[in-house]
Design a protein around this ligand. Structure first.
Ligand code: HEC
Length: 232
């Protein structure tokens, strides 16, 4: 019995101790949660503690931030290795008339210009440059917009700068050729077009190298060569 009573007493003692411990924990929890809740009070002007803020908000260079990633180079920036910068924009047509060909062209350059023209432009403008290439074919071709006549009429008076501008940005129904022809190639094509206009009378602007008369003369003969080339 003694043993048994002692045993019960022990049990109740333990029980009391445990109750005390539990209530202590509860009180502590209430105090902590109370403190936390008070931190979420209505007073938002005191945001509370921020643990290691530089982990949440990086101090590193924000390369992809909206502001930096959309920045464009300053107007007039010339990229490394760029030998033929061209700063005019699509709307600057009037200024383009005055732009000079920056290349010193040789006869071989004009031949290259002709080759490129026949690849990229001839399909619409014709290998005779008369605006009647196979794709248009006098209005019977699949391409409905009439390509400009580049050897007679108002377009025959275009400067190399203007021709370069049209190739760079396109014009109305005609698209830009800037992705097919690099700047050097576009200048060569422009020089070639000038060299065959008005029976070669416009070619003087091109023949600025030592073999002056040679390219002009051969360029003047180019349309005739063209027609034989076209009949292939
Ligand atoms: C897919 C057909 C097509 C090709 C290819 C094409 N053009 Fe054109 N081009 C046109 C048409 C169409 C027009 C007339 C646009 C208009 O007046 O609306 C035109 C107009 C022009 C003009 C006159 C622009 C003006 O100010 O009136 C020039 C110069 C010209 N092209 C040069 C070229 C050169 C150089 C190439 C080759 C790099 C070329 N085109 C390739 C269809 C073409």
């Amino acid at each position: 019995m003694k043993n048994h009573r002692g045993c019960t007493q022990n049990i109740s003692l333990n029980y009391n101790k445990q109750m005390k411990r539990t209530s202590n924990i509860l009180i502590a929890a209430a105090v902590v949660s109370g403190a936390m809740l008070s931190a979420c009070g209505k007073d938002n002007r005191k945001p509370g503690k921020h643990y290691m803020p530089d982990m949440g908000e990086s101090r590193a260079y924000e390369f992809y931030s909206e502001r930096l990633s959309t920045l464009k180079p300053v107007d007039g920036t010339v990229k490394r290795g760029e030998l033929l910068p061209y700063h005019l924009k699509a709307v600057d047509t009037a200024q383009s008339n005055a732009v000079k060909n920056p290349l010193t062209l040789t006869k071989a350059d004009l031949e290259e210009g002709k080759r490129l023209f026949n690849i990229y432009c001839g399909i619409c403008h014709g290998s005779k440059l008369d605006g009647n290439g196979p794709l248009y074919n006098g209005g019977n071709g699949p391409y409905v917009a009439a390509p400009a006549n580049l050897v007679s009429g108002p377009k025959a008076g275009y400067t190399e700068g203007r021709l370069f501008h049209v190739m760079t940005f396109g014009y109305n129904a005609m698209g830009s050729y800037a992705s097919q022809l690099d700047k050097e190639q576009r200048w060569k094509v422009a020089a070639y077009i000038r060299s065959v206009q008005n029976d070669g009378a416009n070619a003087s602007a091109v023949a600025s190298d030592s073999t002056q008369s040679a390219p002009a003369a051969s360029a003047a003969a180019a349309p005739a060569n063209d027609s034989t080339a076209a009949s292939h």
